[in-house]
Design a protein around this ligand. Structure first.
Ligand code: AHR
Length: 517
């Protein structure tokens, strides 16, 4: 027994020091005197594709529907999205964009040709939603538009004429046709994508081949002065860097941005991605580990761009991101229906932090997708609608639109580890809002442990914080039609005592506060 005593006391001392360390608050210091780039509001952008109930049923109910609507767009969903101040909306795809022929979607509704949506479920695409309807939705939402043209199966003339139809001012044949279809004034088109995922569903091309095509097509993407959209080249996905490398080296004009796509799959296995609900903790951490990976390769993207575009004219548009789980049982797998839980809200906040960190180059991001598809903000079922935890994460971050990013110094952040994954338990992002307020967004990625924090601004104490906290009892808590407010932001406040502001960030949570120095 005697010889065990030193070992026991050593173990006890280690346990005590671990406990002391666990209770030690993480120190957060917002570096107000080192302002970074402005966080483009467009990083809170969205994406609506002709896919499943993403448009038809979820947003568009048609002119004769009983569901309350404005010119065919359902009022409840549009109302909810308006509250998010959608900065930019990408349409009509995705893979669908490379099989979409815009002339199918103009003219009298009853005379539009039905087509097969070969990308998504092989269902009939009625073409009830076309250019005029989409631009009306954008006007109802008050959002900028990002139209993705068809490089895959269209022609350069078809693309050029679509842009002319949208933007022509004078008395041209295409402007007359637009007017005859009910739109007198040209529309504003802010962003124009040329192809989508050209390495895959958009044509299985090599980046060098696409670069040549892009140079050819972008030459003919013309619009009147003052209404020229930013031209967007379709880039790579996941960890590959050869697309951004090739495009930024090869294309020296008429390119404002290169896109990138990355989805978060719990298992990283496209054949068995993992469940949206009732998932094990191992899939909570593996999903939340993805933004850290994105953070790493965005840094590499920026190195490439800094070399090929030192004048920093080119932006990165991260125009598809979000969770991608196995489809909801009982639904058509081609419709990409999935449920949305607290995990998705935390995942969204982690993405925002990454985009804020790379705000110098990342000027747009679009969650996939807006309604009923993948990591949706709104889910509908016939007349009913529910706002997802992801919706609330977006709503909480509204003040970060057009804010000036501020570095955050963190000390003592523990890792949250499970199996092969280990990620920081705390992620933080700070900014000075467009209204001058100091903003802080935090996530506790650990689903089991609250995190004590101590907050400072420029090394000095903070008086108070107030804002909103999003958390729930379970990792997979979700809002259902019969319980729509299970995951909802709650007011949060904390005040300094003795000149120090200490607070506790609950396990598995997102917190956004205004900080009063
Ligand atoms: O968002 C769903 C699909 O994912 C898009 O159509 C495509 O671009 C991507 O592969």
């Amino acid at each position: 027994m005697k010889h065990l005593l030193p070992a026991l006391s050593f173990a006890l001392a280690t346990m005590m020091s671990l406990a002391a360390r666990a209770a030690e608050p993480v120190k957060i210091d917002i570096q107000v005197d080192k302002p970074g780039p402005v966080i483009a509001r467009q990083i809170y952008g969205q994406f609506a594709e002709h896919l499943g109930a993403g448009i038809y049923g979820g947003l568009w109910v048609g002119l004769d529907a009983k569901t309350p609507n404005v010119r065919g767009w359902r009022s409840d969903v549009v109302g909810a999205l308006k509250a998010l101040k959608v900065p930019v909306l990408r349409w009509p795809g995705g893979c669908f964009a490379d099989e979409y022929h815009w002339r199918d979607g103009i003219g009298p509704q009853g005379q539009r040709p039905p087509r097969v949506n070969t990308s998504w479920g092989g269902v009939i695409e009625p073409n009830a939603v076309g250019t005029h309807e989409f631009m009306d939705l954008a006007e109802q939402l008050g959002t900028e538009v990002y139209i993705n043209a068809n490089l895959g199966s269209g022609t350069v003339q078809e693309m050029a004429e679509w842009l002319e139809y949208l933007t022509a001012e004078g008395d041209t044949a295409l402007a007359r046709q637009r007017r005859a279809n009910g739109r007198e004034q040209p529309w504003k088109v802010q962003y124009w994508g040329i192809g989508n995922e050209s390495w895959g569903c958009g044509g299985h091309m090599k980046p060098t081949y696409y670069a040549d095509l892009y140079k050819h097509w972008s030459t003919f993407a013309k619009a009147p002065r003052g209404n020229r959209p930013k031209l967007v080249a379709s880039g790579g996905q996941e960890l590959e860097l050869n697309w951004v490398e090739t495009l930024s080296a090869e294309i020296k004009q008429r390119m404002d941005a290169v896109t990138h796509h990355q989805y978060s799959l719990p298992t990283r296995d496209w054949k068995k991605k993992g469940s949206a609900v009732a998932f094990p903790e191992s899939e909570w951490i593996s999903t939340l580990a993805v933004p850290q990976v994105i953070d790493g390769y965005l840094a590499k993207h920026r190195e490439i761009l800094d070399r090929n575009d030192p004048a920093k004219k080119l932006a990165i548009y991260f125009d598809e991101w979000g969770s991608w789980y196995d489809p909801e049982p009982g639904t058509d797998p081609g419709f990409l229906v999935q449920r949305n839980t607290l995990r998705d809200a935390v995942l969204a906040a982690l993405h925002f932090h990454v985009f804020h960190r790379h705000a110098e180059r990342v000027k747009m991001a679009n969650i996939a997708q807006m309604v009923n598809v993948l990591q949706a903000l709104v889910i509908t079922d016939k007349e009913r609608m529910v706002l997802t935890p992801t919706y609330h994460s977006f709503a909480m971050h509204l003040p970060f639109m057009d804010a000036t990013s501020l570095p955050v110094q963190l000390a003592g952040v523990p890792n949250y580890s499970l199996g092969q994954h280990s990620i920081p338990a705390l992620s933080a992002s700070a900014a000075k809002g467009a209204n001058g307020k100091l903003l802080l967004s935090l996530t506790n990625t650990n689903p089991n442990q609250d995190l004590p924090l101590q907050l400072a601004v420029g090394g000095k104490g903070v008086r108070a914080v107030s804002g909103q906290l999003l958390t729930a009892a379970a990792m997979d808590a979700e809002n259902r039609f019969d319980a729509p407010e299970r995951v909802k932001p709650q007011p949060f406040q904390a005040q300094a005592k003795d000149g120090r502001l200490a607070l506790t960030l609950p396990a598995k949570s997102v917190l956004v506060v205004e900080v009063q120095p």
